[in-house]
Design a protein around this ligand. Structure first.
Ligand code: SF4
Ligand code: SF4
Ligand code: SF4
Ligand code: F3S
Length: 415
């Protein structure tokens, strides 16, 4: 198999095809600390794209309660188990060194491509009908109770809880090296050269379902009515700036723009000639993922180089987060809990406007206070963050610190 560079693994890896990179890459950062599992995102996608016959069990966007929930049932545990069986005790990272090229160190285990059976191009499995039927099983089921029955070890961080769960919102990752694309005998899935969105050509698809089998995130889904597979299309008319709501500039997808918890920031990142994200620290996604390293890939060890990134939940045991988001979890939580002045500003941009922000700037204001965070002093400033659209026009202007209203003592508990 050809070798391709996977920056999330800090090394080259095997992939079915040679490197071919888009001009821009569709990407997003989800802040798990804020998700309230309202499922507004799920219903926005469902009511836009998957309300027809044969799509009843199709949830391109889903929100599952971790660690037990999952759609399809146990998708991640099953893939992790397959990897473990194929390479016992081998899924390890070497974090002795890290640099710009390999920010999380080097993954010394094997990816789903490198563990592939001989007659396939990626390791995977086909979920059963039963596993697709219950999209929100185990909602709000916590690990616990507090104490010795909790099988996940505590890592010593002040913020970790003995009893915990969290909500994981998921869509297709529009991977740099899609397993769905590698697996298909018909080359029906393809990655668009203009924006990196991964689509399945419905004319080419003959329903082999190798894409469903191979996608480690289980985001390609079979539709019996048409005998083809379908998947999240990244609401591409909105990304192309063709939605009438956008006034000619790219706007965020349906699931992103409705997010009640303001957990999502989505956009497009410029890709350079080597397939790397072009150095662009004023792009909010580049800033969060490559500069601050606060947004992390989901199961980077799968090897597809997913493009939806997560700010990990700070109350969850680190061993669990290391498996789910790789070795970058400690650094990401440290930055999130004690944000830099700029990071605090960029966090305000989440769901501030539906217009995709291509560039941001921070206008500095005066210092207005201090807060104590785990014994350290966090300075607070009256800064303003401004976001610009694709044409460089101002799309949003926000105060970094939200206004504080003190209810007058004359009106206790009144409305
Ligand atoms: Fe979470 Fe936002 Fe979806 Fe609500 S709309 S479940 S807050 S991601
Ligand atoms: Fe393909 Fe799955 Fe990656 Fe989406 S998440 S691009 S369906 S491999
Ligand atoms: Fe659905 Fe669009 Fe979100 Fe994809 S990006 S899950 S198609 S709403
Ligand atoms: Fe290919 Fe999947 Fe269709 S493997 S033929 S895209 S069902």
């Amino acid at each position: 198999m050809p070798k391709v560079k996977n920056w999330q693994l800090g090394r080259e890896m095997d992939y079915r095809y040679d490197e071919a990179h888009p001009e821009w890459q569709f990407a997003a950062v989800f802040n798990i600390n804020r998700c309230i599992a309202c499922q507004t995102c799920t219903m926005a996608c469902k009511s836009t794209w998957t309300f027809s016959r044969g799509q009843e069990y199709m949830w391109w966007n889903n929100v599952e309660t971790k660690p037990y929930g999952g759609y399809p049932k146990f998708w991640d545990v099953k893939t992790l188990e397959l990897m473990e069986q194929a390479n016992p005790n081998g899924q390890r990272w070497n974090t002795a060194t890290s640099d710009k090229e390999a920010p999380y160190g080097v993954y010394e285990g094997k990816t789903v491509f490198e563990l592939s059976p001989k007659d396939r191009f990626a390791l995977g499995y086909l979920p059963t009908d039963d596993e697709w039927q219950v999209p929100n099983l185990y909602e709000d089921n916590a690990v616990g109770p507090r104490g010795e029955e909790n099988k996940y070890p505590k890592g010593g961080g002040l913020d970790e809880h003995g009893t915990w769960f969290f909500y994981l919102a998921r869509i297709c990752n529009h991977c740099t090296y899609p397993a769905c694309l590698a697996a298909c005998p018909r080359q029906a899935p393809y990655k668009r050269p203009e924006d990196g969105i991964v689509l399945i050509d419905q004319q080419r698809c003959w329903g082999y379902r190798r894409c469903v089998e191979a996608c480690p995130y289980k985001k390609a889904m079979y539709r019996p009515e048409t005998k083809t597979s379908e998947k999240c299309i990244a609401c591409y008319p909105r990304i192309e700036g063709k939605d009438p709501l956008g006034g000619g500039v790219p706007i965020e997808t349906r699931c992103m723009s409705v997010c009640v918890g303001k957990i999502r920031l989505q956009g497009l990142v410029k890709v350079d000639g080597n397939g790397e994200w072009a150095h662009d620290p004023e792009n909010p996604l580049y800033y969060l993922v490559r500069e601050e390293k606060v947004g992390l890939p989901l199961y980077p060890q799968f090897g597809t180089e997913p493009n939806i990134y997560y700010i990990p939940p700070r109350w969850v045991p680190r061993s669990y987060l290391h498996q789910m988001f790789g070795p970058g979890a400690d650094h990401a939580i440290e930055r999130y809990v004690m944000p830099s002045r700029k990071l605090l500003a960029v966090l305000q941009l989440f769901r501030a406007t539906r217009t995709i922000i291509f560039r941001f700037e921070v206008i500095e204001g005066k210092k207005i206070g201090e807060a104590n965070v785990n014994g350290k002093t966090l300075e607070l400033f009256d800064d303003t963050v401004v976001g610009y659209d694709k044409n460089g026009k101002e799309a949003i202007r926000m105060n970094v610190l939200e206004p504080f209203h003190l209810r007058d003592e004359k009106y206790p508990n009144s409305i």
